[in-house]
Each structure stands twice: as C-alpha cells, then as structure tokens.
Design a protein around this ligand. Structure first.
Ligand code: HEC
Ligand code: HEC
Length: 364
C-alpha cells in the first residue's frame, strides 16, 4: 500500500510537470507563431503594425505620467521630448497601417477580376526584361527564373508582388521608396489592375512540366541560399568537369568559384548579411518554425532582411523535400528499415511465445 502511494505521488508530479509546467514555460519563452496556411491576406502584416502602434502608445502614456510627476524643468524637458518623438512615430505608424490595409483590400479586389490569359502573355514580355535564363544580378540579387512561377507562388501573392514588391514580401521597412526595391520598376510599368489580373492569369494557366523538389528550391530560394550538400551555389550547380573530379581544381572550377564569391558579395551588400547555407537546416529547425518562417519571415525574426517568398502549400512541400534530401538523405533508408524491424519483432514475439509454452509444459 505504501509503495502504491509513493507511485501515485510520483505519477502526479510527473503529469503536472509534463502537462502544465513545461507547456507554460515553453509558451513564455517562445511566442507561438500562428500559421496562416500560406494564405496571403496581409493579416500578419497589419497585426505587426498594430502591435507597434500599441507599444508606441504605451511609451507615450508612460512619458505623460512622467511629465505629471516631474519635479523640475529638466525632467519636464525629457518627458516632453519623449512625447514629441512618440507623436512623430505614431503618425508614421498610423499612416503605414492605413496604407497596408488599403493595399490588401486592393489585392482582394484584383483577385476577383477575371484575367485574360492571352493579354497576360503579351504583358509578360515586360517581366522578361528582367526575368530570363542567365539574367545577371540587379540591385543585389539575381531575378529568378519564372518558368514554374504559376505553380510555385500563390495567386494573391503574385498580385500583391506585381502591385508593390516590397509590401508583398513584407520588407517595405527596408526601402524609403517602394520603387527602390530591385523589382520596384515594375510598379511604373504595370499600372492598371486589369493588367495585373491578366499576367497572373497567364502565369497560372501556363502549362509546364511537374514541379520537382529541385526546381522548387532553385527557383524559390536558390538565388539567395547555397546548399553545400547538394552542390548548389547562388548562381547554379557546381560544374562537374572531368578535370575537377580528378584533381579537385581546374581553371573552369576556379572561374566558377570567383563568380560565386562576387554574387555572394552583392547579396551580402543588399541583404546586410549572406543568407545561410541551408544544407542541414532541416535538422536545426522544427517544421513549424520553417513553415511559419517561409510564410512570413518577420514573424520569427522581426526586422529580418529575408523577404516573404509567397509559396503555396504544395510548393512548400516540394522545397521541404529538397531540404530533407539534403540534410537527412538517409531518411528513406531509415523508414524502410523501420518496417523490417517491426516484422522481425512480430516474428520473434511469436517464436518467444511458442518457446515459453514449450518450456512451461515440461515444468507442469
Ligand atoms: C526591374 C526588373 C524586374 C521586373 C520588370 C520584374 N521583376 Fe520580378 N524580380 C526582380 C528581382 C530583382 C527579383 C528578386 C527580388 C528579391 O529576391 O528580393 C524578382 C523576383 C520575382 C519573383 C519571386 C518573388 C519571391 O517572393 O520569391 C517573382 C514571382 C517575380 N519577380 C515575378 C515578376 C513578374 C510576374 C513580373 C512582371 C509583371 C516581374 N517579376 C517583373 C526583378 C524584376
Ligand atoms: C532574397 C533572398 C532570400 C530568398 C529568396 C530566401 N531567403 Fe531565406 N534568408 C535570407 C536571409 C538574408 C536570411 C538571414 C536572415 C537573418 O538572419 O536575419 C535568411 C534566412 C533563412 C533561414 C534561417 C532562419 C534561421 O535563423 O534559422 C531559413 C530557414 C531560410 N532563410 C529559408 C528559406 C527558404 C526555404 C527559402 C525559399 C522558399 C528562402 N529562405 C528564400 C534571404 C533569402
């Protein structure tokens, strides 16, 4: 009976720790980030500005309190200066909130227009001024291939991107003027909503081969992130010549290395730092982190230079598969082995049972 009580106490404490203390500690240490199912409606972006406004208002209220309790002119001056600055920041933030709300309402409106595919095909030639096979770096980053853009990117995201690239990818805080984004000039080229709808309709209707994990990664992430294990660099796969396979070095390989270094320097200049190699990111970060980060990088790293990429659920799965092939390439083998182990255990259990019956029969 005594043992039973001890056991009950141990079990009770374990359960309390597991179900109450640990989740509480976790929720305090990591703010939970909502996943919006790769729906791009600006909800997160608007919430971010609203939170900023709430914080500024709190700061202002604190300063007003300070002003009331101020004992001398010096304290009053300090409080007044804080209030003045808060008012300036508040006005800016409120203006931004208004613009963000209007922007996403506009995206919604265009989403409801019916696009004309062949008109869109003609207009798309404007995009190809920057986006073409072998394009070179432009303002810090190389425009990606849009071969699979229709299946890679979400429809509303594409609409938002053509309307205002920095707002769509939630990096507008980085640019004084949205036209300074490397894709900014598009805003002056395509100015009416129907044209936006037409181009997006064309991209969505375009028939291309199946999206493979490799293509998804290369087109969506590859211009910024190398993947060493997959031999991917920001400008392409490391060329494999007979010479460099044998000796590890030849003139072509050296030239390629130099070009990679140049591209990386431009990227680091544009983004403030070189985006990390993603070879083993699948081991470093949880799946929840990865998907909420790709959906809206600002949600996990406020102020980060990584733009939102605008993937759909399906194309995100492809990117994830590429990252798993890179960082956890034995997983298929391991999964296959799992079944074999289970079958082995079942057979052994039967054998053990039969053997036990055999032994006990003789004892009785
Ligand atoms: C002035 C050159 C320019 C024009 C014109 C242009 N783009 Fe871009 N585009 C870029 C650059 C540069 C990037 C990479 C931006 C980055 O990674 O920050 C880009 C990125 C993209 C992306 C990837 C966005 C993402 O979030 O990963 C898509 C999709 C895209 N452009 C579509 C288009 C379409 C459609 C058009 C025509 C309506 C167009 N672009 C016109 C330069 C341009
Ligand atoms: C325009 C360049 C750009 C593109 C495109 C891009 N990223 Fe990034 N990414 C960055 C930068 C810059 C950072 C560093 C962020 C920081 O530390 O603030 C980063 C960081 C990351 C991180 C590390 C976050 C962490 O701290 O653990 C992951 C994961 C990531 N990116 C995944 C992706 C995936 C997946 C894609 C494609 C779907 C992608 N990125 C596309 C620029 C980019």
């Amino acid at each position: 009976m005594r043992e039973f009580k001890i056991l009950a106490i141990v079990v009770a404490f374990t359960l309390i720790t597991y179900y109450l203390v640990e989740p509480y500690a976790h929720s305090q240490m990591h703010k939970h980030t909502e996943f919006n199912n790769f729906v791009y409606d600006g909800k997160d972006d608007i919430k971010e500005v609203e939170e900023k406004i709430a914080k500024l208002e709190k700061d202002k209220a604190k300063a007003e309190d300070l002003l009331k309790k101020a004992k001398d002119n010096k304290e009053k001056d300090v409080a007044n200066a804080i209030i003045k600055q808060a008012d300036i920041d508040l006005a800016k933030a409120k203006d931004l909130l208004k613009r963000k709300k209007e922007f996403w309402v506009e995206v919604d409106k265009i989403d409801k227009l019916k696009g004309n595919v062949s008109a869109g095909e003609n207009l798309f030639s404007m995009c190809q001024g920057c986006h073409f096979e072998g394009a070179s770096n432009m303002g810090g980053v190389t425009p990606p291939s849009l071969e699979h853009a229709g299946s890679l990117y979400d429809k509303r995201y594409l609409i938002a991107l053509i309307k205002n690239p920095s707002m769509a990818s939630n990096v507008d805080h980085k640019f004084k003027d949205p036209s300074m984004h490397p894709m900014g000039p598009v805003m002056g080229m395509i100015t009416d909503d129907q044209s936006v709808a037409d181009i997006v309709a064309y991209l969505k209707a375009k028939k291309v081969g199946k999206l493979t994990p490799k293509t998804a990664y290369v087109e969506a992430c590859g211009r910024c992130h190398a993947d060493r294990y997959m031999k991917w660099t920001q400008i392409g796969f490391v060329p494999q010549t007979k010479e460099n396979i044998k000796t590890g070095q030849d003139i072509e390989a050296l030239k390629f290395k130099q070009k990679v270094a140049e591209e990386q320097a431009l990227l680091a200049d544009y983004l403030g730092k070189l985006p990390p190699d993603l070879s083993i990111i699948i081991r470093a970060r949880s799946e929840h982190f990865l998907k909420t980060f790709v959906e809206n990088p600002q949600s996990q790293l406020p102020g980060t230079a990584m733009p939102r990429v605008g993937l759909t659920n399906e194309s995100y799965e492809k990117v994830l598969e590429f990252l798993a092939d890179s960082g956890d390439y034995k997983r298929h083998e391991r999964e296959a082995l799992g079944y074999k182990v289970l079958i082995f255990l079942v057979i052994m259990a039967v054998v053990a049972y039969l053997w036990k019956r055999e032994v006990w029969r003789e004892l009785h």
